[in-house]
Write a protein that binds this ligand. Structure first.
Ligand code: ZN
Length: 281
């Protein structure tokens, strides 16, 4: 008899915006509640790992949103992430810090930036990540080098480019695709009305971007994780008969349960489990 495949769990977390303490508290509450351990944590960007005011100054955001947050304590090893955390960059990040290693790096114990584009294997789960958001004008340009920081807008560092998307396509396949903004065309017709007339989504067709969708269609991941809109949602992208991608959109950590999801991995199976009794959004 062949041994049963080992069962493992990982968590997905929406925009953190510097609230690492709350993120850790909520995830620890889940591990106690479920009596399970997490193998790793995937985070969809807007993590905001500022070591100091100097990092914060390189983030693109209105002044009222420029808060240092909790990260410095983790960086100084006064606090510690209990599980390995892997994050991509969103549109609010200290890119003056992150772009010092655009291929990704470990910022502090158990805290890994995946870089602008990255594919990696986490114990048999193939994760592909793409940092940044889409902007039509910036897409076909090159991102400014870090040496231009301060002489160009911080916003210029927040976009992914055509080259980034092409590199992500080269990953060929993925189990989990990590994106900041949503792929376009994920909102089911029955949910359309709820996306009408919202900020960043005048209509459901305006939600997400076509290049994120292109990646979903090319890599056919079993799971797509995204944040950015601070709004929990679950959708599907159909590829062929019996081939589809589950799309899990998460809200921000400050908003509570909608920012968290946990998945069980058994062999090649990947299933969402309930978050402390909270039903699917
Ligand atoms: Zn955000």
């Amino acid at each position: 008899m062949s041994p049963l495949p080992e069962e493992r769990y990982f968590a997905a977390v929406g925009d953190v915006h510097g609230h690492m303490d709350r993120m850790v508290r909520e995830l620890q509450a889940w591990t106690r509640h479920a009596r399970r351990e997490l193998a790793f944590v995937l985070q969809v960007g807007d993590f905001e790992p500022h070591r100091s005011e100097a990092d914060l100054a390189t983030m693109s955001a209105p002044a009222r949103y420029k808060q240092l947050g909790d990260f410095a304590a983790y960086h100084q090893q006064r606090r510690r992430f209990p599980w390995p955390v892997y994050f991509i960059g969103g549109n609010h990040e200290p890119y003056g810090y992150l772009d010092t290693a655009p291929e990704g790096f470990e910022l502090t114990t158990n805290c890994h930036y995946l870089g602008r584009v990255r594919a990696l294997d986490l114990g048999g789960v193939r994760v592909v990540g793409l940092s940044g958001i889409h902007d039509e004008a910036a897409f076909t340009r090159r991102r400014p080098p870090l040496s231009r920081l301060g002489s160009v807008s911080n916003r210029d560092f927040t976009f992914f480019t055509e080259e980034d998307v092409e590199r992500a396509m080269e990953a060929g396949s993925a189990d989990v695709l990590l994106l900041h903004d949503w792929p376009s065309g994920v909102i089911a017709a029955k949910d359309g009305a709820a996306f009408q007339g919202r900020r960043r989504s005048p209509s459901p067709e305006d939600v997400g971007n076509p290049y994120a969708r292109l990646l979903v269609d090319a890599l056919r991941p079993r799971l797509v994780l995204c944040g950015h809109l601070h709004r929990p949602y679950r959708g599907w992208v159909e590829h062929a008969e019996d081939v589809r991608s589950r799309v899990c959109c998460l809200s921000s950590v400050e908003e509570g349960p909608g920012a968290f999801a946990v998945f069980r991995v058994t062999g090649k199976l990947l299933q969402e489990v309930t978050w402390m009794g909270v039903p699917d959004p």
